[in-house]
Design a protein around this ligand. Sequence first.
Ligand code: MF3
Ligand code: CO
Ligand code: CO
Length: 251
Amino acid sequence: MIYLKSDQEIEVMKKSGRLAAELLDMIEAHVKPGVTTLELNDICHEYTVSRGAIPAPLNYKGFPKSICTSVNDVVCHGIPSSKTRLKEGDIINIDVTPIVEGYHGDASRTYLVGNCSEKTKKLVRVTKECLDQAIAVVRPGARVGDIGAAIQKHAHANGYSVVRDFVGHGIGKNFHEDPQIFHYGEPGRGVRLEAGMVFTIEPMINEGDWRTKVKKDGWTAVTLDGSLSAQFEHTLAIRSDGRVEILTVRD
Ligand code: MF3
Ligand code: CO
Ligand code: CO
C-alpha cells in the first residue's frame, strides 16, 4: 500500500532530506586513504545525533551501524568496520538515513578515494548520470518503468549492467514503503507516479555482471564477479501541484 504525503508532511521530510545532504557534504573531507569505515560511521553518527536526529540504519532489522559503507565491489549495505581501511584508488558509497520528526531522509553518494583510474572515474560519473536522467523522467502520470528504462539505457550505452536485486522505495514514517522503484524496466509499464508520492531512486551500476551475492554477515552485498560497483541515491517528492522536488539537497 502506498502512503501518499501531504505538502505539510513533505515540508517535514525536507528537514530529514536536508540533513542527509549535509551529512554527505560533511563526510567528504574525511574520505581519504587511511581512514577506516568505522571512523566514517562514528563521525556521521555523532553529527546526526548532535542535530537531534536518529540514524535509521542502526538496529534496523539487526543492522549494527549507523550508515552503510560500500567499498569497491560491495554493491550496498556494507557494514562499517575498523578492519576496512580505505586506500588510494578505492571508491566508497556512503548511504545515510537520518530520521527527523519521525520522517526518514535517504541519500547516498559514491566518493573517489585519492587518485582513481580513468576507468573507475567513468563508472562513478555514469552512475551519477543514471540517477540524474532517472530523476528527469519523474512527473505525475509517468510510470516506474520509465525510471528503470532511463537508467538501463544510459548504463548499457556505457557497457555497464544494472543491479536487479535491490530497488528504490517509497519512504516516510517507514524506512522502506511501497512502491518499489526498479532501476531497470520498460517505458510505460509499472506503477503510475502521482502527487503525494515520496520515494528514492538509488541505482547500483556494475562494471561487470549485474548479479550479486550477500556475504555471511547477512548484509554485505557484493558483485558475484568481483567487478566494481557504484551507487547514488536521492529522495524525491511529487507535490500536490505536480512539481517534483529533490528532498535530499541543501537550501
Ligand atoms: N539506506 C539503504 C537504502 O537506500 C538501506 C539500508 S538498510 C540498512 O534503502 F539496514 F542496511 F541500513
Ligand atoms: Co534507499
Ligand atoms: Co539509502
